[in-house]
Design a protein around this ligand. Sequence first.
Ligand code: HGY
Ligand code: MN
Ligand code: MN
Length: 413
Amino acid sequence: MADAYEVNKDRLWSTLQFLGKIGQDKRGGVTRLSLTEPDMAARAYVEGLMKEAGLTVRRDEAGNLIGRLEGDRPGLPAVMTGSHIDTVVQAGIFDGALGVLGGIEALRTVKERGIRHRHPLEVVCFTDEEGVRFGVGYLGSRAMAGAWTGEWLDAADDRGITLREAFERAGLDPERIANARREKKTVKAYVELHIEQGRVLEERQAPIGMATAIYGHCWLRVTLKGRADHAGTTPMALRRDPAAAAAEALLAAERTALRYGGVATVGTMSLAPGAINVIPGEASFTVDLRHDDSATLQRMKRDLCGEIHAVCKRRRLEPVIDVLDEEAPVSCGPAVLEAIEQSCRASGIPVQALVCGAGHDAAAIRGLCEVGMILVRSRDGISHHPSEWSSPDDCAAGANVLLNALLKLANRT
Ligand code: HGY
Ligand code: MN
Ligand code: MN
């Protein structure tokens, strides 16, 4: 086996640019929320690319697109790669897309070059990794790993469309999503290529990184109910103002993150009824808590909820705190780490180990097999933003490391 195979860099870059035009948002960036029309158009493009690459393609009950290349021993468990093409709002064009298109490019290169491999190779385009539309992420990867729960089907987006309806409109049967579950014996390992979305690699002047662990997250929706009233005639001492309480809660989230060395984000907030001269009756906001240690993440959640309740007691408000989504931190597996390290060395790329602050489908697939991640440098560390960017050279370098890591895993029993 050659030391280090290389993908077709220009072809990878042109597919990234083409996919990046699907779901362009007139406010800037791309918006391809899960199972919306732009997402479905992007899926059709990806399915066509998988077929063009000579892969057998199937869509599982969760809508995951799975491109497969049989190996010399079809009965062996698959070595899998993949990622997502759904995005956040006004996103960049690399988040998730690089992992799906880089995986297709890697398998296409194996096919074109007739490179032998024992285990089957698969590339997966997972359904709804981001969770932005319905408040629950990793839907496709969790379904594949057997962690699907039907409760999610009643989650609704901001137009009141439920996840159930969205699956039905996409031609999927909501009652059969759990059947996407795969047996552990059918998958050997999973390696995901993804942009770093942070600034560590740029600070180290390194094009490629290897994740050793992936942060866990806890998503909360907090609703504070007070009493709407007149902005002019209501004395400050008589107010039950949820907006002021929300401001205290936001600062409590920031303090909690700093106290535990994690991160906390309030990314959405709304006030009702929402008029300049009306004291709000209700404030609603979400909190995204993250840490690379499970027990610490739970302490962050417990502390913050306690502080919110204390603020509300003092201000005579009623808090409702819903846990929307939780995923524990995961460690990357030794066999995958070794394959990535060897693959970096074969390409003459220094190995840069780092913990991944962003969440990925790999965290859910850890329930199925060993996982690992190859990270590609992000310019200025920016992501979830239209100016998210990685260079053609770095993207190709990441896909080359992926290609050779997959082959190493697929040629060992
Ligand atoms: O939120 C995340 O870290 C990822 O983009 N889903
Ligand atoms: Mn993302
Ligand atoms: Mn992503």
